[in-house]
Every structure is written in structure tokens, then in C-alpha cells.
Design a protein around this ligand. Structure first.
Ligand code: DOR
Ligand code: ZN
Length: 377
């Protein structure tokens, strides 16, 4: 049995307010605890999006009543709310900016809309950018010009990790995260396809092409060469984040599948399995140690987001337990996982949060509302 710090996930979608049939602060924080996370930072692309004092209160009130692990809530950058969100910074996890198309309504296409946010958001918190490829390069340029920290969400491409390395070498204050699905899956991975909701024929006004909605995620799953580059440049990657993005199976198998994978309950076992595999391909720097895991799932997120200590908090993991990932055993409400049937080594046995056993042997042992907002003044 090994003991690790309570893990921190800086990137989860808990769907409250607005889409609690996919997840809410209760089911999402149960999934977090079962996955070994004691603190999650919730994204603002809800319905309505979290982008002012009123909507922030909406999310925080729901969280206060339902969350079982600790949390903070992001605010989202909109076209005209730079002053408003800057004033809320001490109550928020950080500011999220959507610079590319993805799920939800928050999107800033025009760089003139980025400027006031970079000018005004307090520099002690990072701006987290959903920015892929060249918009990532633009976000890094903004970090340099405005001399402030930027955290790049879910990098997935070789060109991204190499550019971040170069930017760090220049002293630009950029950090980044990578998701397990971009480390363990490629666009060619055989993900099971649903048999429901086959695409409509061209005659019926549909595309006629049957997409596998279960593969849809933003950023998209990449090539083998991209995945190899992420593993080979792990030293550049500051955090592992799940981007836990639950959508129901019915939605994933529909005509217009929303992008996103659940990830809270599979991240640690997948990464522990990589640790157990040893220094595979060490010549190319492809290795993951338990210490890397602690750095990227606890030490670095705490530092980057200025998160407080969670006293008397730790997790216990049976590093030798081997089992198969099964969606039906999960707490997430979405009912599926892209890693169904994967054999992993490493199971979370116990989670102690602020002195109380919150999870043990598959059971959640703390009530709704036990979780605290770590940004509460
Ligand atoms: O795949 C994704 N799903 N990428 C995102 O950026 C958003 C997320 C979601 O909210 O479903
Ligand atoms: Zn996300």
C-alpha cells in the first residue's frame, strides 16, 4: 500500500448549473474521491456559463450543498466582462479563456477581446487557455507581452509541447497540462462504437457518414507521433488534468455527439499502470515515476493555482491491485468510459480528507456538502 497526497485536478466539467443529467456537484465529486482527487477546479462552460457575480453564486451555492470533496469554480472570459471577472478573482479558481471552438457558448475569436482580460485579470492567478496549435502560440505571445502567467489546458500535439519547451527556455511564464486520454489513446485507437443513433442518410438530410461519437473530444485524439512526443517531453508538462467532460452515452451515440470523455476515475489507475511498467523506452526519456506523478498531480497544480494546504489529507493506493476498468462501477453519471475493459494496476483504497475518511473500498463515506470552497474568504 502506498500513501500519496490528496490529488488535485485543475480541469473538470461538473455540468452544474444546466446539465445535471450528465453530472452535478454530487456525482462529480464522488467520482473525484473514487479517483483519488480531494480537490477539483470546475470549468465555467455550464448553462448558463459562469461569467459574472450572479452566475458564480449559482454554481457556488450548488457546490456548497452538494460537493463531497473540496473545489473551486472558474470564471469564464466573455466579450465584455473583463472588469467583472477581474473583480471576482479572489473567489474563483482562475480565469478560463476559450480561444478555439468546443462545447459551450464561451468563445473569443477576436484577439482584441483577449486584451482586456490579459490587462486586468490579477497576475497572481493564471489565465487558463483552451488554445490549440497556432492559437496556443498566440496565447504564449500574450503571456510574454502582458508579462503574466498563462496555463495551457490539455496539450495534445508535438508542435505544442515543443513550442512550450522553447517558450519556457526563454523565460515566458507558461505552464501546461496533459490529459490521460492524450497520453494513452490516438485517433486510431479502437474505441467501441454505440449501436444507437446511427447517422441519418443523405436522403434524410443527414451526412450519411456514421461518426463514432465516443471518439469525439476537443482537442481531438492525435497521432502516434504526437503521443510519443508528449511522453518524450514529460519534463515540460507541469500537470496531469483529466478534463473530465461527461456526456451521456445517448448523447455520445447521437447524430451530433458532443465532445468529451469522463476521466476522474481512470486517470490515477492509468498513470500508476505506466509507473508500474517501469522505464519503458527510457533511452528516449519515456518514463514516469511515482515522484513525477506527485509533482504533476499535487505539487505543481498547488503552486500554479495558489491552492491552500488541505490538512490531514491523503490517499492510500494498492499499487499491486490489478483490475479491469468498468463503467458500471463508476460514480460519474455519464455511464461510460473510453477505457472500458482496460487492465490497470493500482487501485485507490482509501481517501482521507481533512481528517475524515471520505472514501474506502468503493464506498463514499462523507455527506453532500462536506466539500469546501478553497477560495472562500
Ligand atoms: O472535449 C471537450 N469537452 N473539450 C472541451 O474543451 C470541453 C469539454 C466539455 O465541456 O464537454
Ligand atoms: Zn475542458
Amino acid at each position: 500500500m502506498i500513501r500519496l497526497p490528496g490529488l488535485i485536478d485543475p480541469h473538470v466539467h461538473l455540468r452544474e448549473p444546466g446539465a445535471t443529467h450528465k453530472e452535478d456537484f454530487d456525482s462529480g465529486t464522488c467520482a473525484a474521491l473514487a479517483g483519488g482527487f480531494t480537490l477539483v477546479l470546475a470549468m465555467p462552460n455550464t448553462r448558463p456559463p459562469i461569467f459574472d457575480a450572479e452566475t458564480l453564486d449559482l454554481a457556488l451555492n450548488a457546490a456548497k450543498q452538494k460537493a463531497r470533496c473540496d473545489y473551486a469554480q472558474y470564471v469564464g472570459a466573455g466579450p465584455d466582462n473583463a472588469d467583472v471577472v477581474a473583480a471576482l478573482a479572489d473567489k474563483a479558481a482562475a480565469l478560463k479563456m476559450y480561444l478555439d471552438i468546443t462545447f459551450g457558448q464561451l468563445r473569443l475569436d477576436d484577439m482584441t477581446l483577449w486584451m482586456p482580460h490579459f490587462e486586468k485579470y490579477p497576475k497572481q492567478y493564471p489565465i487558463v487557455a483552451h488554445s490549440e496549435s497556432r492559437s496556443m502560440a498566440a496565447a504564449i505571445l500574450f503571456a510574454a507581452i502582458y508579462d503574466r502567467p498563462v496555463h495551457i489546458a490539455h496539450i495534445s500535439l508535438k508542435e505544442e509541447v515543443l513550442l512550450i519547451r522553447a517558450a519556457k527556455e526563454k523565460g515566458i511564464t507558461v505552464t501546461c497540462e496533459v490529459c490521460p486520454h492524450h497520453l494513452f489513446l490516438t485517433a486510431d485507437s479502437p474505441l467501441p462504437q454505440g449501436d444507437r443513433g446511427a447517422s441519418r442518410s443523405v436522403a434524410e438530410g443527414g451526412s450519411g457518414v456514421r461518426v463514432n461519437g465516443r471518439k469525439e473530444v476537443r482537442p481531438r485524439l492525435a497521432t502516434r507521433s504526437d503521443v510519443d512526443a508528449l511522453w518524450e517531453n514529460l519534463d515540460v508538462i507541469d500537470c496531469f488534468a483529466t478534463d473530465h467532460a461527461p456526456h451521456t452515452l445517448e448523447e455520445k451515440d447521437s447524430e451530433n455527439p458532443p465532445p468529451g470523455f469522463p476521466g476522474l476515475e481512470t486517470a490515477l489507475p492509468l498513470l500508476l499502470t505506466a509507473v508500474a511498467a517501469g522505464p519503458f523506452g527510457a533511452a528516449q526519456g519515456r518514463r514516469l515515476t511515482l515522484d513525477d506523478l506527485i509533482q504533476k498531480m499535487y505539487v505543481n497544480p498547488r503552486k500554479i493555482f495558489h491552492l491552500p494546504d488541505q490538512p490531514e489529507t491523503w490517499i492510500e493506493v494498492d499499487e499491486n491491485a490489478e483490475y479491469q476498468i468498468k463503467a458500471f462501477e463508476q460514480f460519474t453519471r455519464c455511464g461510460w468510459t473510453p477505457f472500458e475493459g482496460w487492465k490497470v494496476k493500482g487501485r485507490v483504497r482509501k481517501v482521507v480528507l481533512r481528517g475524515k475518511t471520505a472514501f474506502e473500498d468503493g464506498k463514499i463515506l462523507v455527506e453532500k456538502g462536506y466539500g469546501r470552497n478553497i477560495r472562500q474568504q
